[in-house]
Design a protein. Structure first.
Length: 202
């Protein structure tokens, strides 16, 4: 009986210890970038999405237990050519009136190296959701001059635009087509830890 009581007391003491909650980090868009490139005939055309937001529930002691939620405003696409961007927002491409957001929400994170992780999640673009895995590098953390805690992440991947219903193309007279199917995506994020541990993404 005494052993049972001692075990109960020890367990009660362990359960009463404070549990370290995951840090809530929000993306700082002024120091981050969501960019892409796609083949146009014989070269690469590059562009960015200028409006996005996201939250990373970061567990410093176990990054595999973290969570990622990213939202990109499709209408913020910018390839530095107004007429082309207007076409990209139209139904031939992103159809932003009907599908205003591109989203990624993680479901699993697996450590693959010292600072590298495979982040698997549900990616939705133009109304189509597919599970993808992003190779993410954790760039570390640092305290900024204003006392805030920041963290950095980067990833790059290649998506087939036809997988998401973006099929528009034009044939060339000498064979081939104007646009390639593969889109190379690069994401670099700097995040800021929120003082309110209960902060939530929009």
């Amino acid at each position: 009986m005494k052993r049972v009581l001692l075990t109960a007391v020890a367990l009660s003491s362990i359960l009463s210890l404070p549990v370290q909650a995951a840090e809530v980090h929000k993306i700082d868009p002024t120091h981050s970038e969501v960019s892409f490139q796609i083949r146009h005939m014989v070269t690469q055309v590059r562009g960015n999405f200028n409006e996005y937001e996201g939250v990373i529930h970061l567990d410093p002691a176990n990054l595999e237990g973290s969570k990622v939620d990213l939202k990109i405003k499709a209408a913020s696409i910018d390839t530095n050519l107004a007429d082309r961007d207007k076409h990209l927002r139209a139904p031939d491409f992103f159809d932003v009136e009907k599908y205003p957001e591109i989203t990624f929400r993680s479901t699993k994170i697996k450590k693959t190296g010292k600072d590298t992780y495979d982040v698997t999640g549900n990616f939705t673009m133009r109304g189509v959701t597919k599970q993808i895995t992003l190779p993410v590098t954790y760039l570390g953390s640092a305290k900024d001059p204003w006392g805030g805690q920041r963290a950095g992440f980067e990833t790059s991947t290649t998506l087939d635009r036809k997988d998401y219903g973006i099929n528009w193309n034009t044939a060339l007279d000498n064979g081939g087509v104007i646009l390639g199917d593969d889109v190379k995506v690069s994401i670099n994020l700097e995040t800021i830890q929120q003082k309110d541990a209960n902060a939530k993404g929009k």
